[in-house]
Ligand binder design. Sequence first.
Ligand code: ISE
Length: 339
Amino acid sequence: DNLRVAVVGAGAMGSDHIRRITSTIAGADVVAIVDPDSGRATAAAAKAPGAITAASFEEALDATAIDAVIVATPGFLHEPVLVPALERGLAVLCEKPLTTSAEDSLRIVELEQQHADRPKIQVGFMRRFDKGYQELRALRESGANGALLALHHAHRNPTTPPNFSESMLIHDSVIHEIDIIPFITGEAITSVEVKKPRKNSLAPADLPEPQFVLFTTESGTMAIVEINVNAQFGYQVTTDAVFESGVAYIGRETSLNLVSQGVSGQGVTPSFVERFGAAYDEEVQRWVDAARAGGIDGPSAWDGYTASVVAEVAVRAQQSGAHEPITYATAKPAFYETA
Ligand code: ISE
């Protein structure tokens, strides 16, 4: 039987997942759309024939049979959906971040182990499904160019939505690099430091950015992230990897290059929806297939927890300006070894 999915949060990401499940993904149907804004819920439901709309997740659970939930609300609203989902044994695809504090994420990890005998929550770190990041990781694993010494990441968005705060630079945006750096290097992040160059006058008055966020991993590999989310020109996410005997870069060629009328150039993707479209498709199809078999196929709540630990220290580093060491409260439980 098809997986009966509730989508909680009908904003940009929730709507895109509804469209994806309805038109591209096999094996799942959207049966409920939850959003406190009934206009948004109804507009999203137009794309999902047969789906009910509800103002809260509890209301949707009472109204119809649900096997799985996609959590696409803002990060600070994830926990109130994750808890009832775990209590009912539902499959979960939770958009990043898992939660916005290490303590809350640890509570989710503990609750998941109480309620299930295998991981139920997959976290929406879609970059792991992007071909470029997979190739970069494979190159590092092969050792063909020696050890990986350093990573340069550029994370550029055209503009920020209203009320985007300084800590959201970390919890909402840099959280992707916080997940992908261990994915590429195979190592945990052990420290973080933040530097703030001259402010972009086109960014909101209370948002000091761009910022440089410098991470170090266990072996001493360094990763610098330029977070720059009012860059105006479009959406661009790139990584350059410096190996002992070569460099590799990904993310620059996102379309064909046209040479015409004296100019050579490519288009720039307008947002993450297009830049990571193929990665999202792969992520959601694999999650649906795994959820129908009772499990997950991608980053787990444990990965969500470790990212929350790093994010919390990075937010502290934004304010202290100091080099901040990172420690994790517990080692990875055996429960997550299969994930
Ligand atoms: C957004 O929430 C995302 O997840 C995007 O991937 C990221 O580039 C953007 O900065 C975030 O606000």
